[in-house]
Design a protein around this ligand. Structure first.
Ligand SMILES: [Zn+2]
Length: 277
């Protein structure tokens, strides 16, 4: 894609525990871009495909100075670009798809945590990245205790301290450096949108409602387990960035590959429209 569209800027914003690149693709103006980030969790790799499809569609519209779903992409992205981070947790995706052997350096540790990695969500040392951001971290730990999760786990263990993992540090540094004007974190599943965290900026609600109106997803209030420690939570709480979480697809994780095209069609209009909120 980067060869085909020479104007796409590709940055490696960090590396996973096993050394895999965490890539950011930017089209248009890099200052305060709209940020879309996906695959924080191992089983949620379908969102990586949604992000790549969207990046390609944006690049085509930008090159052709065309509109996409009523949005003049070239004008819009020249003023404020879009940065897409298709896969925040490449090790976790590999573990959920191909087992512990895909992370040789951590294989023993992964095997000690579970013999069945098909439901793996965390990074290679069993830290749930979306519980590792510095947002109400005390609440995250209290909730873990209620759930009986006290050590690295396939999901929902936030680590000993916030930003203990290279993947969350990469996102933190990128956001502090480039100050996204808004952000959407893509997870699965439920066809739901979460936008609240404490004193939530008005524009987060506008973003959530725009996404909902342009898809058939609904705005929901998070259950306790989903509150705190998340990327959206940190963006709202620390940087005051309007940010939402979108849970794509409906069914059971991992969503089947057959959902790729139909679900992308469901959300593509929302992806374009949210660029201009
Ligand atoms: Zn998730």
């Amino acid at each position: 894609m980067c060869e085909k569209f020479s104007f796409i800027r590709r940055d490696v914003i960090g590396r996973s525990l096993c050394g895999r690149e965490i890539t950011a693709l930017t089209i248009g103006n890099r200052r305060s871009p709209v940020l879309y980030a996906a695959a924080f969790h191992g089983m949620e790799w379908l969102n990586t495909l949604f992000m790549l499809s969207f990046a390609e569609e944006c690049a085509e519209a930008f090159r052709d100075k065309a509109s996409a779903d009523g949005v003049n992409i070239f004008d819009l992205l020249q003023r404020r670009g879009v940065t897409i981070i298709p896969c925040v947790n490449p090790d976790g995706v590999e573990i959920s798809l191909h087992g512990s052997g895909s992370c040789p350096r951590y294989k023993e540790q992964i095997d000690a945590i579970t013999g069945d990695t098909s439901s793996w969500q965390a990074n290679a040392r069993g830290i749930d990245l979306n519980h590792n951001f510095n947002a109400r971290f005390g609440g995250v730990k209290a909730h873990e205790r209620e759930l009986g999760i006290n050590s690295p786990s396939p999901s929902r263990y936030g680590g000993k301290k916030p930003f203990s993992e290279p993947e969350t540090i990469a996102l933190r540094n990128f956001c502090i450096g480039y100050r996204p004007s808004s952000a959407i974190a893509f997870h699965s599943q439920g066809r739901e949108i979460y936008c609240t965290f404490g004193d939530t900026p008005e524009r987060a609600f506008v973003l959530a409602n725009t996404f909902a109106v342009c898809s058939d997803y609904r705005v929901a209030l998070p259950e306790l387990a989903a509150t705190g420690g998340g990327f959206k939570d940190w963006l709202i709480g620390y940087l005051r960035t309007p940010a939402i979480t979108v849970e794509t697809g409906l069914g059971k994780n991992p969503l089947p590959l057959g959902d790729y095209i139909p679900e992308y069609r469901r959300i593509r209009r929302a992806l374009f429209r949210c660029l201009s909120v």
